[in-house]
Design a protein around this ligand. Structure first.
Ligand code: NDP
Length: 318
């Protein structure tokens, strides 16, 4: 039996909307895609409930169902979906070179082209009460879940552009938004800060952190603490949004792929090309700004088209 690693034409790492959309396009173009799902098959959407903002679902769809349907759609055209995690990579810098990828620390594959769709993980505070109530009123995506709190009182934690943008988004939908910023200033751009401070139903609290999220099955309130004075205060809310940043899942690419200071993969211009020929990036792993299922799916499509053109070019040159 040969010990040579399995040869894959198009390897897709990650199984969120970006990875599966790349797989649908790649399979239909006969690029023989293999998807390794990662630790969280289906990606971040499997941790949300109702998805109401993905086009084509007039009644909405729950996240896990949508991801199963995306997988089935990719499989319908011949995508090979495998449970497994890419744990190391050795990319070739040569045009037409083979890229080595280790799966689950044990199996090695080589791929002509690789599409990275490993996503990003929302950061949470780590409080036990916050973790217990995830899905019960604690969310890391106001655009996804804010609508469920229409006309209600909510709170948001964070002082960056995301928190500022989401606070103003929530203020349009909800009755009142309490915004907790741990320092005496926000990190968000001046323009975003201005939007927050000029929105009457945002109650901005500096030097304020969460002591405990209150509620048994669902969020019922918040105990806040002023980190300068130690004073505690309880407020009634039904939704809590955590907006303290995301961490792109790019550790295994360090030293090989260009990244920004926060670890997001850098792609060339409007394309999904990384600095390595034949390696493409799509979805949240290369997008810290929009981070929506539909934008991730769009860049997944782009990555498959970029991979198709790359393979066509090297086949022509061979
Ligand atoms: P950032 O890292 O910029 O900000 C994170 C915020 O969360 C900071 O205010 C930070 O506080 C706070 N924070 C971190 N940990 C905790 C904690 N444990 N408890 C309480 N607060 C905490 O993340 P963003 O997601 O806001 O933005 C990421 C990047 O995306 C930025 O470069 C941003 O400019 C960009 N972006 C741009 C947008 C646009 O242009 N429209 C929209 C959204 C994002 P502290 O300041 O004290 O560290």
């Amino acid at each position: 039996m040969s010990n040579s690693p399995e040869h894959i034409k198009t390897l897709i790492i990650g199984s969120g909307p970006a990875g599966y959309t790349a797989a649908i396009y790649a399979a239909r173009a006969d690029l023989k895609p293999v998807v390794y799902t990662g630790l969280e098959p289906g990606g971040q959407l499997t941790t949300t409930t109702e998805v109401d903002n993905f086009p084509g679902y007039p009644e909405g769809v729950d996240g896990p169902t949508m991801m199963v349907q995306l997988q089935q759609q990719a499989e319908r055209f011949g995508t090979d979906v495998r449970i497994g995690m890419a744990t190391a990579v050795a990319f070739s810098k040569e045009v037409g070179g083979l890229h080595r990828v280790t799966i689950d620390d044990t199996k090695e594959v080589v791929a002509e082209t690789v599409i990275i769709s490993t996503g990003a993980t929302a950061k949470y505070l780590g409080l036990p009460s916050e973790q217990r109530l995830r899905g019960g009123g604690v969310s890391a995506c106001a655009v996804c879940d804010g609508f469920f709190y229409k006309g209600q009182d909510v709170a948001i934690v964070g002082g960056g552009d995301t928190a500022a943008e989401e606070a103003t988004y929530l203020a349009n939908i909800c009755k009142n938004v309490t915004m907790l910023v741990r320092k005496d200033q926000m990190r968000a751009s001046k323009a975003m800060q201005h939007r927050v401070t000029s929105t009457p139903n945002i109650d901005l609290r500096y030097n304020t952190e969460i002591d405990e999220v209150l509620g048994d099955q669902v969020v019922e309130g918040l105990r806040m603490v002023n980190n300068q004075t130690g004073a505690k205060e309880e407020i009634a809310i039904t939704g809590l949004f955590i907006a303290i940043g995301h961490k792109p899942n790019t550790e295994i690419f360090a030293g090989q792929l260009d990244m920004d200071d926060a670890g997001y993969l850098i792609t060339e211009g409007k394309s999904t090309k990384t600095n390595i020929p034949g390696v493409f990036a799509s979805g949240d792993v290369q997008d810290k700004e929009y981070r929506q299922a539909v934008t991730a799916a769009g860049t997944g499509c782009m990555a498959a088209l970029d991979a198709e053109r790359y393979l066509a070019t090297i086949e022509t040159e061979a």
